[in-house]
Design a protein around this ligand. Structure first.
Ligand code: NAP
Length: 294
């Protein structure tokens, strides 16, 4: 009697186990196929980004500049935005002579809040903006600068979008690329304002994409790990850390394949249980230790 019961339960458990194994195998195969498509096939069959329109926004250094250069190489004209007029003119000149594309510069400081956006909108009038790459960054902060960090990292993403929205809506086509960060995937003690503003960028991008994709507007959110730029003190490139140029090239290949990406294969592979579970715990422990020392 007990033997029969036992085998009945065993059969049930075996069936549940088999279903779970098949489920996870299918899920894993699907993820591998998706990864292959986004990071390998996309290099061979690149989306023609010129179909979005002629001009692009970018910045004067790091990831933003690398996007601008890569898109100039692919035949787009460029609008550069950042704080330093000298740097803007120098970078614009370099892009014009290297890639023979037109450039246009807008000097502004995104930490200044609402007041700057009407001037930006005016300066963009008449330009056929087809792609917007929002990369603005304010990462390092003291208490007095919290509003500036929030203005730079979140207000800029929402307000600059409004400046080009009308153009996109009229044309029924447009691409917005918002740079978030893998630091947004988990709460990051010691980087609290930065990680909170970056998860804002991620959620905002994903919501707006869902709201507007039927109108022909694509919003892609890119969440990198480490890229060698001024922000990361130009840390040497290695198998885990990408150069800005190679990151921008890989990330642009993923346009048309996915609307949320780590940007490149090596960064996608770093989204593992390690970063999802161990790293945040380490950061929490570090924050506790630092608080005890203060
Ligand atoms: N590098 C990484 O490892 C990494 C990882 C994850 C996410 N990200 C994200 O990637 C984005 C770009 O970072 P990055 O590493 O390329 O940094 P970066 O090399 O320091 O470049 C930042 C760019 O933004 C401009 N900028 C900074 N503050 C500004 C302001 N207040 N108003 C207008 N322009 C401003 C800078 O030009 P001026 O100084 O001339 O104004 C510069 O062109 C950021 O959103 C960052 O959070 C980077």
């Amino acid at each position: 009697m007990s033997f029969k019961k036992c085998s009945w339960y065993s059969l049930l458990l075996c069936s549940i186990g088999s279903v779970m194994v098949v489920y996870y195998l299918l899920r894993w195969s699907w993820q591998c196929w998706h990864g292959f498509k986004v990071y390998v096939l996309s290099e061979i069959w690149q989306t023609n980004l010129r179909t979005y329109g002629q001009w692009l926004y970018g910045a004067t250094s790091g990831i933003g500049r690398a996007y601008a250069e890569e898109l100039a190489k692919r035949g787009l004209d460029i609008v550069l935005i950042s704080r330093s007029e000298d740097k803007l003119r120098r970078v614009a000149k370099e892009i014009e002579s290297r890639y023979k594309r037109q450039t246009y510069v807008i000097q502004t400081d995104f930490t200044e809040g609402h007041s700057i956006y009407s001037a930006i909108t005016q300066q963009l009038e008449g330009l056929q903006i087809g792609i917007l790459v929002s990369i603005m960054l304010s990462a390092f902060f003291c208490l007095q600068r919290i509003t500036q960090v929030i203005n730079c990292n979140t207000l800029s993403v929402t307000q600059v979008r409004l400046s080009v929205w009308l153009v996109f809506a009229v044309r029924g086509k447009g691409l917005i690329i918002n740079i978030s960060s893998e630091a947004a995937s988990q709460p990051q003690p010691m980087l609290s304002v930065y990680s909170a503003t970056k998860i804002f960028v991620t959620y905002f991008s994903r919501c707006v994409h869902a709201e507007y994709r039927s109108k022909g507007i694509t919003v892609q959110c890119v969440a990198p790990f480490m890229v060698s730029t001024n922000m990361t003190h130009n840390v040497p490139v290695n198998p885990l850390v990408k150069s800005a140029a190679s990151f921008a090239r890989d990330a642009l290949n993923t346009v048309g394949y996915t609307t949320y990406t780590g940007g490149c294969l090596t960064h996608a592979l770093q989204v593992t249980p390690h970063t999802r579970s161990i790293e945040p715990q380490l950061r929490e422990r570090m924050a506790e230790t630092r608080n005890k020392q203060d």
